[in-house]
Design a protein around this ligand. Sequence first.
Ligand code: PLP
Length: 383
Amino acid sequence: MSGAPLLYFDNNATTRLDPRVLEAMLPFLGEEYGNPSSGCRLGKRAANAVKYAREQVAALLGCEPGEIVFTSGGTESDNAALAAALRLNPDRRHLVTTAVEHHAVLKPCEALAAQGCAVTHLGVDGEGRLDMSEVEHEIRPDTALLSVMAANNETGVLFPLAELAQLARAKGVFFHTDAVQAAGKVPLRASEMPVSYMSVSSHKIHGPKGVGALYVSRRTAWSPLLLGGGQERGRRAGTENVPGIVGFGKAAELAAASLEVGAAEVGALRDAFERGVRERIPGVHVHGGGASRLPNTSNLAFDGVEAESALLLLERAQVCASAGSACTAGSLQPSHVLRAMGHPRERVKASLRFSFSRFTTRAEIDRALEILPGVIARLRGEA
Ligand code: PLP
C-alpha cells in the first residue's frame, strides 16, 4: 500500500503549490532579493513585482488593486479586520458573527469579549444556513461589525454575501467576510457589494503558505493592526514577503483563469464521489447537502464509525482526508460547526471531510471509492 500514490483530499486544510507558482517565485528566492522600499534597482524590481501581484489578486476578488493589503495570511486578515472595526467605532462595543466561523474569527472575538465587548454568535439550521431575519434582529445601534464567512471550511456551505453586505450597509455597520475558503472556488465581486473588509489566503488556492490579503474597500476607513514602516500605504507595516506575494499573485491569476471551468469540473468530481459513497455504503449523511455549497467540499457522517479511526485506516491506504477543521484535528474536540448545525455528538464524531481541488482526478475518486467501503465496513465490524 505504501507504494501507492497519495490521494490528497484535504484541500480545505491546504493545497499543493502549483508548479507555475513555484516557477514565478523562484527568482525572488534567489537573485531578485530586493526590498520593495529601497530605491535601488533591485528594490524597484521587487516593488514592481508586488504591484503586479496586487493587480492579480485584485482581479480574482473583483476590486481595485489599491484595495488589496497584503498580510501574513487569513488569520492576520481576520484579526486585523475585527480590530479595525472596533478601533474605528470607539462608541460601539458590539459584534455580530456566527457560531460556525473559523477560529481565526472566533478567538479574536473571545479576546474582545474578555476586554468588555459584547459578541452575538448567530446560530445556523441543520443545513448550516443563517436565518436572515435573525441577522437583522441581532444588529443593534451599538453594533460595530457584522462578520460572516463567505464559505464554511468544514461543510463548504455558502453564505449570502450580497444580502448580508446590503443589510449591514442599511444598518450602518461595517461588514467583514472571511472569504478564505471561497476565493478561487466561487466568483467574488467585492466591489459590487458593500463589503468593508474581505480576508483571503494564498495557501488555499495553490499558492505558498504564510501570505494572504485583506480587501479594504476604498469607501471604508482603515486602522492598521501592525505599526511600523509605511508599507502597504501605511495599512500594514513590515517588509513585504516578496516571494510569497509573487506566488500568491500567480496563484490568484491561475485560480481566476480556471474559476468557471475548474469549479464545474471539481463539482462534478465531488458529486460523483458523494453518489459513489451513497451507492456503496449505507448509513451516510451529507452535511450541508441541502444548502448551496462550495463545489469542492464533501462532509460526510458514517453511522457507527469513529472518524479518528477511519482517518488512521484511510491514511494507511494512502487517503488523506480530515475530521473537522485542521486546527481542531488531534484535539478530539467535536467540530463546533457540526454541533452548531444541531447534530448529536456521535454523528459529529463520525464525520469526515473530503475536500478536492483542480488537481484531483477521476481516477483518484474511483480509487477512493474502492478503498472507502472496506474501511467503513471494517470499523463497523462487518469485514
Ligand atoms: N479562515 C478560514 C475559513 C480558514 O479555512 C482558514 C484556514 O484554514 C483561515 C481562516 C486561516 O487562514 P491562514 O491559514 O491563512 O491563516
